[in-house]
Design a binder for this molecule. Structure first.
Ligand SMILES: C[S@@+](CC[C@H](N)C(=O)[O-])C[C@H]1O[C@@H](n2cnc3c(N)ncnc32)[C@H](O)[C@@H]1O
Length: 188
């Protein structure tokens, strides 16, 4: 049994978060996904996984580890076999990084922590990549793009400076996120 646990840590249930959560749910399956620390917007996540109000800090889990970009050890398929629960920060990317995973999760839980490489990925990408490692594919066998560029209006580009998985030559990007970001004003 493998569960991917997302500790929601944004101050609100932003549409951007919901789009990423929907994407990961489609990829890893609703039955394998748990959202914790959901104090607002729980109804919007009901169809995506098991939704808990409690923080992961108050839910004792056996055989659990944290996925943290600042962790020293890389998650390998062999290491992944030791765990049933893989905990992620429900955190939108920030550049430069504020190391919120370390501050808000890793340092508060006495659990092993692993990285998925040294580049920051979106939460949905990290969950999908972790699932591939759990299923036996090492990180080194996966292909990545180091950023994603969106033309928001003619001549205006938003660059998301995060690492994205590439499958069959295409960047794996949450459906609807491009549309959502294109509709935001350039300054947002
Ligand atoms: C957008 S990242 C947030 C990174 C954030 N800037 C921070 O301060 O930690 C969202 C989540 O995806 C996971 N994640 C992203 N990239 C990762 C990596 N290279 N290694 C391990 N976990 C990663 C972590 O669980 C992280 O909390």
């Amino acid at each position: 049994m493998t569960k991917f646990v997302v500790e929601h840590l944004e101050p609100s249930m932003y549409k951007w978060c919901i789009i990423e959560y929907t994407h990961m749910s489609k990829r890893v399956g609703k039955a394998n996904l748990m959202f914790t620390n959901v104090t607002a917007g729980a109804a919007k996540l009901k169809s995506l996984g098991d939704v808990r109000k409690d923080s992961i800090k108050d839910i004792p889990l056996k055989k659990a580890c944290v996925l943290d970009p600042s962790a020293k050890k890389l998650l390998t398929p062999k290491e992944a076999k030791k765990f049933d629960y893989f905990i992620f920060g429900g955190i939108l990317g920030d550049n430069p990084q504020r190391f919120r995973t370390k501050k808000l999760i890793t340092s508060k839980l006495k659990l092993p922590a692993y990285n998925l490489g040294d580049k920051q990925m979106s939460t949905d990408t990290a969950v999908i990549v972790c699932k591939k490692i759990v299923d036996g594919t090492p990180l080194g066998k996966l292909k990545f793009a180091e950023e994603y560029e969106i033309e928001e209006e003619p001549g205006f580009y938003r660059i998301l400076p995060y690492r994205y998985l590439v499958e069959k030559g295409k960047i794996v990007f949450a459906p609807n996120l491009k549309d959502f970001l294109s509709k935001l004003k350039p300054s947002v």
